[in-house]
Design a protein around this ligand. Structure first.
Ligand SMILES: NC(=O)C1=CN([C@@H]2O[C@H](COP(=O)(O)OP(=O)(O)OC[C@H]3O[C@@H](n4cnc5c(N)ncnc54)[C@H](OP(=O)(O)O)[C@@H]3O)[C@@H](O)[C@H]2O)C=CC1
Ligand SMILES: O=C(O)C1=N[C@H](C(=O)O)C[C@H](O)C1
Length: 275
């Protein structure tokens, strides 16, 4: 499968180049970053210390969109929205890891997936996707007898909060409990808050240092607590998963999928394509 990387000079982009080169099912065919970057024209393989790959970093997706079967986009929402349109016009598949898209941007993505195959997931690590299933079980068993809080920690460079993964964890729990996350979410607390309402789902965000990505969902009852925690110690956990998704997406013509589909875990869960 010929794979192109968008946001190739970024933290995840570099990892994705490495992961694409390392995966026996994928070949690096294109790499794109933002116009004006001093790295435009550099060889993508050399950029990540993997030797010459014969793929020069481009600054215009439209110019290289036909070079790959699937593109992987880990950039910013505004760029992702434009990239979706370029891929839609070219009929090229897209794996999206960018988080922080608003409802309107997600609606656009959903519309594009009627013409091309799109995989969109807030977290491509296998461990986090397993946690989504564990959260369904925990919420179904503990039901309305617990207070639920989602706690996440990331590096100081992260620009969106809460993380896409934390929001998805909240959605999975809320959907299992028959609640609407938009109505019950509480984002941080300050001042005289009053007693906690058991129906709410709280989110706490930490931004510090070089934390790759930690997520905990806390279910607290009177007398006991359950915590489901995932800690990423390397971005390669996300990179390997996203490249696996790209290889999988190659056999799809159109539709909206997420990492649960790639791993065969999709069912009643609250994936992007399901809600
Ligand atoms: N789903 C998942 O598993 C994961 C998702 N993420 C998400 O991925 C996204 C990127 O994260 P990260 O790699 O840390 O961020 P970075 O800022 O390190 O990388 C983003 C890259 O995209 C580039 N870029 C910006 N605009 C464009 C454009 N129009 N065309 C091409 N490239 C562009 C940036 O260039 P410049 O810096 O010059 O603006 C930068 O090189 C975030 O939304 C993050 O939350 C991260 C990890 C895992
Ligand atoms: O920005 C990051 O770094 C990450 N973002 C994703 C998110 O917002 O959930 C996934 C991962 O935790 C790393």
């Amino acid at each position: 499968m010929k794979v192109g990387i968008i946001g190739a000079a970024g933290r995840m982009g570099r990892i994705l180049i490495e992961a694409t080169i390392a995966n026996p099912d994928t070949t690096l065919a294109a790499a794109v970053d933002v116009p004006g970057s001093s790295l435009i024209g550099a060889d993508a393989g050399e950029l990540v210390g993997q030797g010459h790959a014969g793929v020069a970093l481009a600054d215009d997706l439209a110019a290289v969109v036909k070079d790959a079967d699937v593109f992987i986009d880990f950039t910013v929402p505004e760029a992702t929205v434009k990239n979706i349109e370029v891929c839609r016009a070219a009929g090229t598949r897209l794996v999206i890891g960018t988080t922080g898209l608003n409802d309107e941007q997600i609606a656009g993505l959903r519309a594009a997936s009627e013409e091309i195959a799109i995989c969109y997931a807030p977290n491509y690590s296998i461990g986090v996707n397993l946690c989504f299933k564990l959260l369904e079980t925990a919420a179904a068993v503990l039901q309305d007898e617990v207070d639920i809080e989602v706690i996440e920690a990331h590096h100081r460079h992260k620009i969106d909060a809460p993380s896409g993964t934390a929001l998805r964890m909240g959605e999975v729990v809320a959907q299992t409990l028959g609640r609407d996350l938009k109505e019950v979410a509480v984002y941080g607390r300050e001042g005289r808050t009053g007693e906690r309402d058991r129906k709410t789902i709280g989110f706490e965000t930490i931004r510090a240092g070089d934390i790759v990505g930690d997520h905990t969902v806390l279910f607290a009852a009177d007398g006991e607590r359950v915590e489901i925690t995932h800690k990423a110690s390397s971005r390669m956990a996300f990179g390997r998963g996203a490249v696996r998704a790209a290889a999988w997406l190659g056999s799809q013509d159109k539709g909206l999928f997420d990492m649960q589909d790639v791993l065969g875990l999709a069912g009643d869960s609250a994936g992007w394509g399901k809600g």
